[in-house]
Design a protein around this ligand. Structure first.
Ligand code: ADP
Ligand code: MG
Ligand code: MG
Length: 897
């Protein structure tokens, strides 16, 4: 006997035990202990699932533990599982620590067989109900436990309805359903090669094992990868005594939110379906009614439900979503959890809860995330156009299920969505309703449109979770998946590949491409809104309030990567406190290109000097404008980094040009010389070739010219009364001598500029840490470098040995699929490898030079999860693209303290 406890009665758990009992089990326990009406039951822990998945066998002690809890349940309910004259029935429900909507399987009505179905009929006095429950059991069991394709059952159900000339399953009577049960049992024999198990306990055990197994179904794996949920958590299994919403018109089942998950507004949001069981509400089998109508159907239950919802909100101090069932006028709670919500709702709800005194502002900033803020910054449809002005037609309106503006080509299945998206198309996935098999298509699509289902349908819930634009329940559209068309109300037929636009904020559907405009949140960050305008827009006001609070908490500062004065000004408006990376190579492109070409082609020192002298005033001008835009704030300027051949024509193009010219008998001297130079500079692995500090060592004049331009610009700014704060940054240093060589040149230039201008200049010289060797010898480098800036893109490339351009397209998909990493290390910092190098460099660098300034300027600076890591290792600032600055500010504020 193992001493392990695998099974917990609902009264034994609480909401903190999600890891062990799964979210559903933990919250069922919490509700039970709050005294809410939850049907009794127990939970088999995730530990049992992990043991099963690890060994392929159900742990030995589990059966006895289930026996014991089942006996207790039977005693309490005064009937045995599947008892033939008065059966106890249970549901077998999966529930992992993180909610995975529709991912795992649930089986209802376990305990019914050929005998107990009669007992149920007698006990309830409702034969139709008993056989309806039985056919549901065989159907769910067949699908999820025996792996039979659902359509075998669905087709049989459709056929039965057709006989009745009805679309409504309620028109099937007891006889029809009894026949359907026989048909279903035959389907099981035909498809699974076995009988539907009549032994209730065997049903239970097989269902439990099926739930365990469902942890590793393909769609569960895809969902976890998408949501970055660890693959080894396992799922719990809840055994819950059945209550019945399919007992007649005084019964029913529903789902609800305590607030609108799309906008955050308080009120009654939900769907109710009379005479129905479980999944019927979300599956879109019949049309649901708004929850408000329950008040007329069953006032007492409605009242009680409202009270329970208020209790839950106060208890959880957050928006909750719930599942409930009414059995002959008696309300039962079947599930609750802190509900998913849109990004806008998250900001609004967080501040509403502060106003209601339920949470503090500190907690409110934890209730929103940088990723959500990023979503609010997406553009929206231009209102002035959607009105129909520019010939844009609104062709339908559904429910605003998940906000955003999406434009794309219509596709009708997941496969096409993925295929077209891979070839660079934007697509809108159009379905009657979605199910978990559509997940890949939903991920690939820019937006999702369904013709059936409400705000709690699969499409709506999953899209909100992904932050994807979704319009659902656009009932006037007829979606013909087989015919690959959709028919609009007026009869217009839209074929696959036609462009539509959908607005997840209003639920509107348009033909053609509707232009987009910036979101009000971006206008706010840009400083385009007045104080009144901010106050009037609840969302913008919430963002403003939480951003202020995050800024107040923040320890790290936030800078921007910006190369031009325009970018710098924009970054500043967005709250950047300096430039963390100005890439100077952009200053050599466009009409400056011929100058740098000449420099590279220069044969003699004199020629080279002359070309550099020609570049100097242009560079000085660039820097002066940049320093002006960032006056008073630090500006880190990186000396030229890329290999020189990047500034020269492509070797193949040039070879062709030369060959053609020669064939015509009119060779061009310039092209020939250029080709020779290109050949000379050609490298097998330019990423690891002559670039960065190595250029500074080999062609000292180049870095000297750039340093001179920077320092002369600073001197000019000072003379004009400005406050330039220059930081000169040397890229791709691996070794302290390399750095020292270049630094000496810079110091010499500074002496000259001081002497020439008479202006006293203060500036820093530092280096990027983007090679493992630099991180490992950071103590030596810090002896002479005044700051470090982690170039996490190159550091990731050189740590993993990945050439980003080559590997991302070639095999990252396979790596992600196989779970080698859950997210690309270029998107989110690899804490164990690259992150460890950063830790080492921080620790060694600060040991050698206590005041060493530390920042990061790779793209990771704008990635919420990476920002959290940079806070942990104690960097002074993160730098990211101007548009991501607010995201980094919020995330730095959340992670501080
Ligand atoms: P999911 O995680 O997909 O929501 P659930 O385990 O919550 O799956 O169950 C699916 C449906 O069955 C839900 O609508 C739920 O309310 C209903 N259900 C589950 N257990 C019971 C029960 N004991 N009695 C009545 N309905 C139930
Ligand atoms: Mg549920
Ligand atoms: Mg780099």
């Amino acid at each position: 006997m193992s001493s392990h406890k695998y099974v917990y009665d609902f009264v034994e758990g609480n909401r903190e035990m999600k890891g062990l009992l799964g979210g559903k089990g933990a919250n069922l326990a919490e509700m039970t202990n709050l005294g809410l009406p939850v049907p009794p039951g127990f939970t088999i822990s995730t530990e049992a699932c992990k043991a099963y998945l690890g060994s392929g066998r159900v742990p030995e002690s589990l059966a006895a533990e289930i026996d014991e809890h089942l006996r207790a349940l039977e005693g309490r309910m005064d009937r045995r599982l599947g008892q033939s004259d008065n059966p106890l029935l249970v549901s077998v429900r999966s529930g992992a620590a993180f909610s995975m909507p529709g991912m795992m399987e649930t089986v209802l009505n376990v305990g019914l067989n050929d005998q107990s179905v009669r007992g149920l009929a007698a006990q309830s006095g409702n034969e139709r109900f008993a056989f309806d429950s039985y056919r549901r059991l065989i159907q769910m069991f067949g699908k999820t436990v025996l792996g039979i394709a659902g359509e075998h059952f669905e087709d049989a159900l459709e056929a039965a309805k057709k006989v009745r000339a009805s679309e409504n399953d309620l028109d099937l009577d007891a006889d029809d359903l009894r026949k359907l049960v026989e048909t279903f049992k035959q389907v099981v024999i035909d498809q699974a090669g076995r009988d539907f198990p009549q032994d209730p306990r065997e049903q239970l055990d097989l269902a439990v094992r099926a739930v365990f197994d469902s942890w590793n179904t393909e769609r569960a794996v895809i969902y976890r990868r998408q949501e970055r949920i660890p693959a080894d958590l396992g799922t719990a299994v809840n055994i819950c005594s059945m209550v019945f919403g399919n007992l007649g018109p005084d019964s029913g089942t529903g789902v609800a939110f305590t607030r609108d998950p799309a906008s955050g507004a308080q009120g009654v949001y939900g769907d109710y379906l009379q005479n129905a069981q479980g999944e019927d509400v979300v599956a879109g089998i019949r049309n649901t009614v708004p929850l408000l109508e329950l008040e007329t159907i069953d006032a007492a239950s409605y009242e009680q439900l409202m009270g329970i919802m208020a209790t839950l909100e106060t208890h959880y101090r957050d928006l909750c979503d719930i599942e409930f069932t009414i059995e002959r006028g008696k309300l039962w709670m079947l599930q609750t959890r802190v509900g998913k919500r849109t990004a806008a709702a998250a900001f609004r709800i967080a501040t509403q809860l502060v106003d209601q005194g339920l949470i503090e502002l500190d907690e409110a900033v934890q209730r929103v995330s940088g990723a959500q803020l990023a979503q609010l910054m997406f553009p929206r449809f231009d209102d002035t156009v959607t009105g129909g002005a520019a010939g844009k037609q609104r062709v339908a309106k559904g429910m605003a299920a998940s906000p955003g503006a999406a434009v794309g080509k219509v596709v009708f299945d997941s496969y096409t969505a993925v295929k077209w998206q891979r070839s660079g198309e934007q697509v809108i996935l159009v379905r009657r309703e979605t199910n978990p098999d559509d997940l890949n298509g939903m991920i690939a699509a820019a937006g999702i449109l369904t013709s059936r289902g409400g705000k709690t349908s699969h499409a709506a819930v999953v899209a909100r979770g992904m932050g994807k634009t979704c319009v659902c329940g656009a009932e006037s559209i007829d979606v013909d998946t087989k015919g690959r068309v959709m028919r609009l109300p007026g009869g217009r037929v839209v074929e696959e590949g036609e462009v539509i636009s959908i607005d997840g904020t209003t639920g509107e559907v348009f033909l053609g491409e509707v232009p987009v405009v910036p979101s009000p949140v971006v206008q706010y960050f840009e400083g385009e809104l007045s104080v009144e305008q901010i106050e009037q827009d609840e969302l913008v006001a919430a963002v403003d309030r939480l951003m202020r609070h995050a800024d107040g908490r923040r320890r790290m500062s936030v800078r921007a990567n910006a190369d031009t004065p325009e970018d710098a000004r924009r970054a500043r408006r967005m709250g950047a406190e300096g430039i963390g990376l100005c890439r100077t190579e952009h200053m050599f492109l466009g009409d400056r290109r011929p100058l740098i070409e000449k420099l590279i082609l220069a044969d003699t020192d004199e020629q080279q000097q002359a070309e550099l002298a020609a570049l100097l005033p242009l560079q000085r001008d660039d820097f002066e404008h940049l320093l002006e835009a960032m006056d008073g704030l630090p500006v880190t300027i990186r000396l030229l980094d890329p290999p020189l051949h990047e500034f020269l024509p492509d070797i193949t193009d040039l070879s062709v040009r030369v060959a053609v010219a020669e064939a015509r008998g009119e060779p061009r001297e310039g092209d020939l010389r250029m080709l020779q130079a290109v050949h000379k500079l050609h490298e097998q692995n330019p990423m690891l070739g002559l670039r960065g500090v190595r250029l500074g060592v080999v062609i000292p004049g180049l870095f000297e010219m750039q340093s001179r331009a920077i320092l002369e610009a600073a001197a000019a700014r000072i003379r004009k009364g400005g406050v330039p704060r220059v930081e000169i940054m040397v890229p791709l240093v691996a070794n302290v001598q390399e750095y020292e060589t270049v630094k000496q040149h810079i110091i010499q230039v500074a002496r000259e500029v001081r002497a020439e201008t008479g202006v006293h200049l203060e500036f820093l010289v530092g280096t990027m840490i983007e090679l493992p060797r630099a991180a490992l010898t950071a103590d030596q480098i810090a002896e002479t470098a005044e700051f470090f800036s982690f170039g996490t893109n190159d550091l990731t490339q050189t740590t993993w040995g990945f050439s980003r351009d080559d590997v991302e397209a070639a095999f990252f998909a396979a790596y992600l699929e196989k779970g080698i990493f859950g997210v690309s290390p270029f998107e989110s910092i690899d804490r164990e490898g690259v992150g460890e190098l950063i830790r080492i460099a921080v620790q060694k660098g600060r040991a050698a030079r206590p005041g060493l300034k530390l920042g990061i300027c790779g793209e990771h600076g704008g990635d919420p999860e990476s920002v959290q890591f940079f806070e942990q290792v104690g960097l002074d600032y993160v730098s990211c693209s101007p548009f991501r600055v607010p995201v980094a500010r919020l995330e730095a504020g959340r992670s501080a303290g």
